[in-house]
Design a protein around this ligand. Structure first.
Ligand code: SF4
Length: 220
């Protein structure tokens, strides 16, 4: 993948007005990094449909996407002694900017030696056009992938990926590939959104892939 590809990917563009320059925001003892508002999904349950921020933050709609140094500087400005983790998260899909993300991660590792997580829809193989997981080695400590459902058909219905059904298989392939390079690989689902049967299917899927399943509550 090259840097120029970062601006050429297919996306579901948010319709909201762009304001603010919130490249980083604090959540508990972590600093979350907001590299983009672009995403290859348009999930029916996306937090972005319900407001402008997350976890009580200011607006996370970006006037422009941050450069490597702008994102790094934003984290440094926000850094506090109790900070225990850096998280590449929304407001959008962070792997839309995989090159930038990995460069920022490298700078953060060098400066702070703290764990780094990516919260992602897992479609990196399609977004980047290659297996980027080897490039995460030594930089990324946790990849948390939104599984949402055990069914590819249901995934298409609720997440509306631009890649269609291929997105689901790509996500599973990404989870599997990350195992060799990232210490902690998680699939996540929202408890209230699934039946007991679907939840059991998600557990079975995670077991088959050899990754953990994290069942969480909805943050909306
Ligand atoms: S993948 Fe995440 S950011 Fe993208 S639409 Fe779904 S919930 Fe929103």
């Amino acid at each position: 993948m090259n840097t120029s590809s970062e601006s050429q990917k297919k996306t579901q563009e948010p319709s909201s007005v762009c304001r603010g320059k919130n490249y980083a925001y604090r959540v508990g003892n972590g600093i979350y990094i907001n590299l983009t508002n672009r995403c290859t999904n348009d999930c029916t349950f996306c937090i972005r449909h319900n407001g402008d921020g997350a976890y009580g933050s200011e607006t996370l709609w970006l006037e422009k996407e941050p450069t490597v140094s702008e994102a790094f500087d934003a984290v440094c400005e926000l850094y506090f002694p109790e900070c225990r983790e850096f998280v590449f998260c929304g407001y959008g899909e962070p792997m839309m900017r995989a090159d930038t993300l990995l460069k920022v991660a490298s700078l953060l590792k060098e400066r702070f030696s703290l764990p780094i997580r990516i919260n992602t829809n897992g479609q990196a193989p399609l977004i980047c056009g290659e297996d980027v997981s080897p490039r995460m080695e030594g930089l990324i400590d946790c990849v948390s992938i939104s599984l949402n459902t055990p069914s590819a058909e249901e995934y298409v219905r609720i997440c509306k990926p631009v890649y269609g059904k291929k997105a689901f298989e790509a996500m599973l392939a990404f989870a599997s590939a990350c195992k060799a390079h990232v210490p902690n690989v998680l699939l996540t689902v929202v408890d209230e959104a699934l039946s007991k049967y679907e939840l059991a299917m998600c557990h079975a899927l995670a077991d088959r892939l050899g990754v953990k399943l994290r069942v969480r509550t909805y943050i909306g």
